[in-house]
Design a protein around this ligand. Structure first.
Ligand SMILES: [Fe+2]
Length: 349
């Protein structure tokens, strides 16, 4: 409030004389003032909004001033309330203070005292509102900065995932291609925008956990020993651990964790099967395998798309969700990295 005299005050009393005296005095001090003859009348004025302070009698026909105070506290928390009370009601007035009244004035009242109480109540109200607005502003700023830090950190993790792949010419661009293929499958399936976004994010970082696998194993130009493969099997859980502090979406984390699960079970890290594997991870498993097969490795040339697809079919229902394999084949021509549409024979080997 720019000036406390901008305040609108309502006097609630069943005695017309008291209403008139207080209204005249408050208006004389420059306040806008309205009156109500009982609690119901007061509530109908409050509903219209814009009342900053209520001076209410306690003993009134119908609802008492204390009941009115309860309604105001519940529905109009920014409206301050001063109780007007007979001397005999002092205890009630004190109880009213405990329930959130700003002050109480005993009748017969001294008008100077009433005005002082009004000023104090309005000042306290302004301070409370300013304080709350400041706190909200601070909370909003903290939230914005936290989000900014999260976005920056996530950007760094994505770059790290890209850099990790770029070190090895055989995997360069793998995550991007897997992401695009998986998102294409998600779109074909009619998954929601939110699910597509979850899949896109998971795809870009799905192999970030490889940062925790020794390089000599990661880049070994040949078949891995059982012990070495145990290290590789750690990467989905390492990835989940790295991402957990910055990605709150559990679906994204679950896709990263489960992208090497097998549809019939026996995959890693958990060995879950069927629809226990998140759909995004079942889509990604096919995209991941397809891209790996159609990329060259130190120990073998890239498979042709045709051969890669026959491998997908060979593992349909065992490693891969059969419906996802069928979907992949059905929308093959829409695949961003699938050259089959340009080369229907497609056998490069
Ligand atoms: Fe992986």
């Amino acid at each position: 409030m720019a000036d406390k005299k901008d305040a609108r005050i309502m006097v609630v009393d069943d005695e017309a004389t008291i209403r008139e005296v207080l209204q005249r005095t408050l208006e004389g001090e420059g306040y806008a003032c309205l009156t109500a003859f009982d609690a119901e009348d007061a509530i109908s004025h409050l509903k219209k909004g814009g009342i900053d302070l209520v001076l209410t009698d306690i003993m009134m026909p119908g609802k008492t001033g204390v009941e009115l105070l309860g309604d105001i506290r519940a529905d109009y928390p920014d409206t301050a309330v001063i109780m007007l009370t007979a001397v005999a009601d002092a205890q009630t007035a004190i109880n009213a203070m405990k329930q959130g009244a700003s002050d109480y004035v005993t009748k017969p009242f001294n008008l100077v005292e009433v005005m002082m109480s009004v000023d104090r109540a309005l000042e306290k109200r302004s301070l409370l509102i300013a304080n709350r607005e400041y706190r909200n502003l601070l909370e909003q700023k903290v939230e914005e900065q936290t989000e900014q830090i999260r976005i920056t950190f996530l950007g760094a993790v994505k770059s790290l995932a890209e850099a990790l792949e770029a070190k090895d010419p055989y995997t360069n661009g793998h995550s991007k291609r897997v992401t695009e293929i998986t998102v294409t499958l998600a779109v074909e399936l009619g998954l929601s925008r939110q699910q597509q976004d979850q899949i896109r994010l998971a795809g870009l970082v799905h192999d970030i956990g490889k940062i925790g696998v020794p390089e000599e194993i990661l880049h070994k130009p040949g078949k891995l020993s059982e012990v070495e493969f145990e290290f590789i099997k750690e990467h989905p859980t390492i990835g989940e651990k790295i991402l957990k502090p910055i990605i709150s979406d559990r679906q994204v984390l679950a896709i990263v964790r489960c992208h090497h699960e097998r549809f019939a079970g026996g995959g890693y890290p958990e060995g879950i099967s069927g629809e226990d594997i998140p759909l995004g991870a079942r889509l990604m498993a096919v995209a991941d395998a397809y891209d790996a097969m159609t990329s060259s490795r130190p120990y073998r040339n890239a498979l042709s798309p045709k051969k890669a697809i026959s491998q997908l079919l060979a593992s349909r229902g065992s490693q891969f969700d059969p419906e996802v394999v069928d979907l992949f084949i059905a929308c093959e021509e829409k695949m961003p990295f699938c050259p089959l549409s340009a080369n229907p024979a497609g056998d490069a080997e």
